[in-house]
Design a protein around this ligand. Structure first.
Ligand code: GRF
Length: 207
């Protein structure tokens, strides 16, 4: 049984989906910690209500020293003997130091079909681009933002009547389905990065 931490900055609906899935006795990971960089993140209260250990590492206390902030994150993860880290609406960019330290054990959910629409405001950008298909991606985290090897994706049609809110709500429902499936696959060792440290770059064909 792997011990997973969920890193959040906000409401934590994906966190809730992971906690719900991990209640199943056959699920291969236990949610051992919910960690937030914001003391006021709504998801913290929800995690506590579910009996999950919580911690706050407030990034504002570290000024511009991102590595000091991340060393504090790392200390908290080690203290709780964490094996796998799930980013779920965690709104801090992580340095290569932290990403390399956890590479292969650090996953994220992104509200778009990567490699399309990296970064923020994905639903607005999908609509502006006239995308007919949109969705969500769970991927391993590598130093380059939203660029790591893809673990699982789910897609849906963009409707002519969609605005950013309606699209976000339908994509969020997909996120809640695929994040628990992706974490389970990683926890069971069914999906791994082939070449940690190289961002899972595919090996060039030799034949
Ligand atoms: C989700 O859309 C997730 O894909 C993105 O941030 C949002 C977090 O929402 N990375 P929640 O806090 O899980 O409700």
């Amino acid at each position: 049984m792997k011990r997973a931490a969920i890193l959040i900055s906000g409401r934590g609906s994906n966190m809730g989906a992971l906690i719900g899935a991990a209640r199943e006795p056959s699920y291969p990971a236990a949610i051992a910690l919910v960690l937030s960089n914001r003391p006021d993140a709504a998801g913290l209260a929800r995690a506590r209500a579910d009996g999950i250990a919580t911690a706050v590492v407030d990034h504002t206390a570290f000024g511009k020293d991102r590595e000091a902030f991340e060393r504090a994150l790392d200390t908290s993860l080690e203290r709780h003997r964490i094996d796998l880290v799930c980013l779920a609406g965690f709104m801090r960019l992580l340095t290569p130091w932290f990403v390399r330290r956890w590479e292969g054990r650090l996953i994220n959910i992104h509200p778009a079909l990567l490699p399309q629409f990296k970064g923020l405001h994905t639903h607005e950008r999908a609509l502006a681009a006239g995308a007919k298909v949109h969705g969500a991606t769970v991927h391993f985290v590598v130093p380059e933002m939203d660029a790591g090897p893809i673990i699982l994706q789910a897609s849906l049609p963009v409707l002519a009547t969609d605005d950013a809110n309606s699209l976000a709500a339908r994509v969020l429902a997909l996120e809640h389905r695929i994040y628990p499936l992706a974490l389970a696959r990683v926890a069971r060792g069914e999906v791994t990065i082939d070449h940690p440290g190289q961002g899972g770059a595919p090996v060039a064909p030799t034949g």
